[in-house]
Ligand binder design. Structure first.
Ligand code: HSE
Length: 328
């Protein structure tokens, strides 16, 4: 199947790298970033896209935009991995709406459109007979959406809670282990490509809140939004608070919780005992799912990172290829 890739930052480059290295029977026929795009029905040269990006700042050519690509007939699956914008989900929301309206499948890591318009977009995809998959929006490499939608079928999910932001976890871990200042640790997380383009989304807890909304809307069919989540970030946590927690054999972690029976959606820094399963280090995420049949399950894996997040995008692409192109 033919893939168009919108976004050539950390996640987009990870996706392109994997498509270039593995023989997945998927052809990258279009790619764009915010400064330009390129279409090649015979298959984009991925090394050339990387070298154009390094030399000129865009993976494509200035005359072709992401929207031109969405409106073209060059692709079967749109991969939307442009940066998240919390307020209106744009420009990704328009890209996704248009692609679905054109009967194209969509795979995205972009939390804005899925958190803002989950019901509208999933209804549109269903009506158009195409797939909308968004595994990469939550907990990076952990296949949590697939597990909730497929692996745990028949279970009632009673609650979800855990560490869902790699950047915050990385910052807290670096402050604990190396005594780095908050600004130093955040700078490192930005350099490594873990943080959002606007890192206040991470440290103020908004990124975790978006993930919580996406999970709640997926699992319980809620129509929740950011306004329904009580949010406190890690930006005001002092080195002294971190040291105090360490002195007591505990640590501070940013935890998201969703408990529908209590009408609770909350993100806040919590003190966790050292031996607790949610006490993970670095960019790891950890998510506990409480169910009636399977009991409690805790999933741990890299929550941020180029190839790790691209792993979730690739999984969605292959799921669509298998289901719609009939290939194993
Ligand atoms: N900025 C996000 C994080 C990326 O640090 O978790 C993955 O959603």
């Amino acid at each position: 199947m033919r893939v168009a890739l919108l976004g050539f930052g950390s996640v987009g480059q990870g996706v392109a790298k994997i498509l270039g290295e593995k023989d997945l029977d998927l052809t990258l026929t279009a790619v764009a970033d915010s400064k330009g795009g390129i279409i090649d029905p015979g298959g984009i040269s991925i090394p050339e896209a990387f070298s154009r990006k390094a030399k000129s700042g865009t993976c494509g050519r200035p005359k072709l935009s992401a929207l031109d690509i969405v409106n073209s007939d060059a692709y079967d699956i749109l991969v939307e991995v442009t940066p998240t914008h919390i307020d209106d989900g744009e420009p990704a929301l328009t890209h996704i709406r248009k692609a679905l309206a054109l009967h194209r499948h969509v795979v995205t890591s972009n939390k804005g459109p899925i958190a803002l318009a989950h019901r509208e977009l999933t209804d549109l995809a269903r009506r158009q007979g195409v797939a909308l998959r968004y595994e990469a929006t939550v907990c990076g490499a952990i296949p949590i959406i697939h597990t909730l939608q497929h692996g745990l079928l028949g279970n009632e999910v009673k609650a979800l809670f855990g560490v869902m932001n790699g950047t915050c976890n990385y910052i807290l871990t670096r402050m604990e282990d190396e005594g780095l200042t908050y600004d130093q640790a955040l700078g490192e997380a930005q350099e490594m490509g873990y943080a959002e383009k606007d890192p206040t989304y991470d440290v103020k807890g908004l990124d975790t809140a978006l993930k919580l909304v996406i999970l709640a809307n997926t699992v319980w069919g809620m129509d929740a939004g950011l306004k329904d989540v009580k949010v406190t970030g890690i930006d005001l946590i002092t080195p002294q608070a971190i040291q105090l927690a360490m002195d007591q054999e505990t640590a501070i972690r940013l935890i998201g919780e969703a408990i529908p029976s209590k009408d609770l959606l909350r993100v806040s820094p919590r003190i966790i005992p050292r031996n607790h399963p949610l006490l993970v280090e670095g960019t790891l995420n950890a998510l506990t799912v409480v169910t009636d049949l399977a009991g409690e399950l805790t999933f741990i894996g890299k929550g941020a990172g180029s190839v790790e997040t691209a792993s979730a995008v690739i999984g969605d692409l292959l799921f669509i290829r298998e289901r719609y192109a009939g290939r194993p």
